[in-house]
Design a protein around this ligand. Structure first.
Ligand SMILES: [Cu+2]
Length: 151
């Protein structure tokens, strides 16, 4: 009885700690994830993109993949300039430097949702489970913003 109550209190405290970052962010002991969002997709689109800032609170880490119920083919992407044309390229991992940050933003690094299971609808949220080499899996919900949203 006593230990169950202690567990409930501990869980409550953990939820309180996570709360200030809101629905678009979360934190672990070593990482803080903020400003997450996805862009709404037109009905016909087969892919979408997600963005966020991942900050290290100490050690370096690497984002090595992710999964989401919204898509069957998640990929980590960056943009490269090829003869004046911006093209997307899959990357193996996204580095988060020690005490530094990785910024996933339009025109740069991003989560690519390939083979969308359903349309990304503005105002809804998408669940994303990020897979880090050191920190393990981190699940958060990010809001879906308009098709041209920049942050
Ligand atoms: Cu992409």
């Amino acid at each position: 009885m006593t230990s169950r109550r202690a567990f409930t209190l501990a869980l409550g405290a953990a939820l309180c700690l996570a709360a200030p970052l809101g629905a678009q962010g979360t934190a672990t002991e070593t990482l803080e994830i903020a400003g997450g969002f996805a862009r709404a997709s037109p009905k016909v689109a087969s892919a979408g993109a997600g963005f966020m800032t991942i900050r290290s609170l100490g050690p370096a880490d690497r984002l090595i993949g992710f999964r989401s119920p919204i898509c069957e083919g998640p990929e980590l992407h960056t943009h490269v300039n090829e003869n004046g044309m911006m093209r997307m390229r899959e990357v193996e991992a996204i580095e988060i430097p020690a005490n530094g940050e990785a910024v996933l933003e339009p025109g740069g690094l991003h989560l690519m949702f390939i083979d969308l299971a359903s349309q990304l609808v503005e105002g809804e949220t998408v669940e994303v489970t990020l897979q880090f080499e050191q920190a393990g899996e981190v699940t958060l919900a990010i809001p879906v913003k308009g098709p041209g949203a920049m942050q």
